[in-house]
Design a protein around this ligand. Sequence first.
Ligand SMILES: Nc1ncnc2c1ncn2[C@@H]1O[C@H](COP(=O)(O)OP(=O)(O)OP(=O)(O)O)[C@@H](O)[C@H]1O
Ligand SMILES: [Mg+2]
Length: 327
Amino acid sequence: MSLADIFDKYPDRRYIMYGGKGGLGKTTFSAATAYYLAKKGKKVLVFSVDPQASLSDIFERDIFGKGNIEIMPNLFACEVDADRRVQDYQEEIRRKIIDMYGMKKIPEEIESYIKASSAEPAMEESAIFDAVVDIVVKSDFDYYIYDLVPLGHALYYLSMASIYDAWLDKITGLREQMREYDQAIATMQREEQTSEDQIYNELVYIKERIGQSSKIMTDTKKTAFFFVLTPEEMTIVDTEKAAGLFAKYNVPLAGYLVNRVISRDLLNENIPEYLRNRIQMQAGALEMIDQKFGSTVHARVPEFDSEIKGLDTIKKLAEVMFEEKLS
Ligand SMILES: Nc1ncnc2c1ncn2[C@@H]1O[C@H](COP(=O)(O)OP(=O)(O)OP(=O)(O)O)[C@@H](O)[C@H]1O
Ligand SMILES: [Mg+2]
């Protein structure tokens, strides 16, 4: 089944993710899909949490950390600035402590705790995760395309349970920390009941948000996760392994897309030996892909003679990817 057919057949799958090893074409395919759907009249948001600002590169627009930027009619792109999110998050914690305990200033010890916790990867993951939750629960787009970071990382994001735990650990940890300081600030005016309620409400709120978004991300009806791979044996093997892991997290696998296929027609022309060899190597790999993934391969995208950047090239790619001429 072609990729266009898949999108036609499953109109409720509005959360689209491209995963795969580094550098195989996730960002490129995310942009092309966004372009295609936008041309079809859908309102699309393509977003990433990648600090590399690769959507900025492909759309040739500086969108990093700037929110949802309109690239063309119906097509919006967003690059989350994770560092900023961590800082904002810390600021929010400070503000909440100040509000709850009616303090003028954060005590030194709590401040150093907040600083130390930001050095932990879990804090950044949480901040990123929260940004993603923010994006997906807002629901004012027809499609959300999540341009994922390379596999290892993506797996981590997708392991909702562990991120959820990290979040709660952070917050309950802070709560315990604050209890320890209760004595120290006992002289200050404090409304214990209210602050406990606030923290509790916060936890419930977070829990609901995470529940909501992980439900979306693992909902076969609403989500489509595609693997991008190239015709190389190593990549095929790695992809197969990764697919197994993703399945464990109940990620609804929608199929595979093969990228960078060199045209076999070139074999009839006068081409250098190395290119001939590459084509032959790809032929073997493509056969292997057929055997392993068969009808779940929804597109074979050719190798372009240039980098894919800017709307003109994205359009060309979208046309071959979806096998359809676009206006
Ligand atoms: N079919 C293609 N033909 C030619 N170049 C391609 C093709 N697909 C992708 N590229 C190029 O390959 C490079 C990597 O692509 P892309 O950034 O989409 O990969 P990625 O999977 O998002 O990488 P990362 O894992 O770093 O996020 C880019 O320079 C892109 O222009
Ligand atoms: Mg990328």
